[in-house]
Design a protein around this ligand. Structure first.
Ligand code: NAD
Length: 342
C-alpha cells in the first residue's frame, strides 16, 4: 500500500510536490483541497483524482469520513498553516505542513498539541534533510571532519522585486502577493528563505543558537515592502563561540552556504535552493547525485508513517517550532537593535 496524500493549496510548490509524488515509491497523490473550481478540474484530469477526493476550503472537514486519504499536506500561505493543520488533525489525518511551520511560536504550540491529541503525526516539509549534499554538510560539521566549525555564512535570496509594480502600488489583498502581506506570510524573506540559513547552520553545528543580532536593510520600495522586510542580515551565536552570519532577501539573488573549521572549509553554492547544487571542501570538489528533493522527502516520511513508526525529531513540529522561535528573536533583534538571548 502507498500512503494516500491530499495536497491542500494548489500553488507553485504544490506542483513541485505533485511531481515528487509521481516519482515516489511510498506515497501517491490521492486528493486535493482547493478554492478554485477550475484548478480542481485541471488537477483532476491531469492526475486522475476521483471526484470524492476533491475538497474546497469549506467542505474540507468532511475529509474525516474519507478512508482513502491518510495524510494532508498543507501547502498554503504561511498564515493559514495553523488553521489547516488543526482541521486535518481533527479529521484524524496525519499532516505535513510546509515551512515555515507557522507565523508564531504560539501557533506552533497549538499545532503540536492538536496533533498529539488526535494521535496523528506532524511533519514540517524540510526537503533538505534528505538531500545528499546537505547530509554531507551535516556529517562534515557534526563529526568535525575538518575540526570544530567556528564560522558559517549562509544566505538565500531571490529577486522578486518588480520596479513597475512597486511604482504602480501593490494590492496586498491580491492572493498572488501573499508574501508581501504580513498576516498571510508572517514576515518577509527571513520567514520564507532565511529559514534555510537557520536550519543549515543548526544541523551543521548540531547546536542551538544562544543569541542573535539582526539588521533590516532599507527597502528600495517603501510601498511594496510596507508590511514585511525586503532584506535582512543577522548573526547567530552558538555555544562554544561559533558564529553564523546570514542574509536573506527578496531584492537580490544569493544562494550559498560556507563553513570554516579549524582544519578546513566546506561550502555549497548554489546550496539552499532546489539545486542542482555545487560544493567543495578544502580537500576538493564535492559531488553527489542530483535528486528529486520532494520525492525523496515524501518517501522518507511516507515509509515511516506506513510502518506506524514515529517520525525522527529533526522533521517534526517540535523542530519547526525551534526555527520559529529563532525567527521571532531575529525580528525582535532587528526591530530593537538589541542582542537577543534565546
Ligand atoms: P503560491 O502563491 O504559489 O500558492 C499558494 C496557494 O494557496 C495558491 O494556490 C492559492 O490559491 C492558495 N490560497 C488559499 N488561500 C489563500 C489566500 N487567502 N491567499 C493567498 N493564497 C491562498 O505559494 P507557494 O510558493 O506554493 O507557497 C505555499 C507554501 O509552500 C508556503 O508556506 C511556502 O513557504 C511553502 N514553500 C515551500 C518550498 C520548499 O522548498 N519547501 C518552496 C516554495 C514554497
Amino acid at each position: 500500500k502507498k500512503l494516500n496524500i491530499a495536497l491542500c493549496g494548489l500553488g507553485n510548490y504544490a506542483e513541485a510536490l505533485a511531481y515528487g509524488l509521481e516519482n515516489s515509491q511510498y506515497c501517491r497523490l490521492a486528493g486535493i483541497v482547493t478554492g478554485h473550481p477550475a484548478k480542481a478540474e485541471a488537477w483532476q484530469k491531469q492526475y486522475a483524482i476521483p471526484e470524492k477526493n476533491i475538497y474546497n476550503y469549506q467542505d474540507f472537514d468532511n475529509i474525516k469520513n474519507n478512508a482513502d486519504i491518510d495524510l494532508v499536506y498543507v501547502v498554503l500561505p504561511n498564515g493559514l498553516h495553523k488553521e489547516f493543520v488543526l482541521r486535518a488533525a481533527k479529521a484524524g489525518k496525519h499532516v505535513i505542513t510546509e515551512k515555515p511551520m507557522a507565523t508564531s511560536v504560539a501557533d506552533c504550540d497549538a499545532m503540536i498539541a492538536a496533533c498529539k491529541r488526535a494521535g496523528v503525526q506532524l511533519a514540517v516539509g524540510y526537503r533538505l534533510h534528505y538531500e545528499p549534499y546537505h547530509l554531507e554538510l551535516k556529517r562534515l560539521g557534526q563529526e568535525k571532519v575538518f575540526g570544530e566549525v567556528r564560522y558559517i555564512e549562509a544566505a538565500l535570496g531571490y529577486k522578486t522585486y518588480d520596479e513597475a509594480k512597486a511604482l504602480a502600488g501593490v494590492d496586498f489583498n491580491d492572493q498572488q502577493e501573499w508574501r508581501l502581506n504580513k498576516s498571510l506570510s508572517g514576515g518577509g524573506p527571513l520567514m520564507d528563505l532565511g529559514i534555510y540559513c537557520i536550519q543549515s547552520s543548526r544541523y551543521v553545528l548540531g547546536k542551538e543558537p544562544v543569541a542573535v543580532t539582526a539588521q533590516f536593510s532599507k527597502a528600495r520600495s517603501a510601498k511594496l515592502f510596507a508590511q514585511v522586510e525586503e532584506s535582512i542580515t543577522w548573526q547567530m551565536e552558538f555555544p562554544g563561540g561559533a558564529v553564523c552570519n546570514a542574509a536573506s532577501s527578496y531584492g537580490y539573488n544569493i544562494d550559498r552556504f560556507f563553513a570554516s573549521a579549524d582544519e578546513g572549509t566546506f561550502e555549497l553554492s548554489p546550496g539552499l535552493s532546489y539545486g542542482p547544487f555545487a560544493g567543495k571542501t578544502s580537500n576538493g570538489i564535492l559531488h553527489f547525485e542530483d535528486i528529486n528533493q520532494q520525492a525523496t522527502q515524501l518517501d522518507a516520511i511516507g515509509k515511516l508513517i506506513l510502518e506506524n513508526t514515529p517520525l525522527p525529531a529533526h522533521i517534526t513540529g517540535e523542530e519547526g517550532r525551534k526555527d520559529i522561535r529563532i525567527i521571532e528573536a531575529i525580528y525582535r533583534a532587528a526591530n530593537t537593535g538589541q542582542r537577543i538571548e534565546l
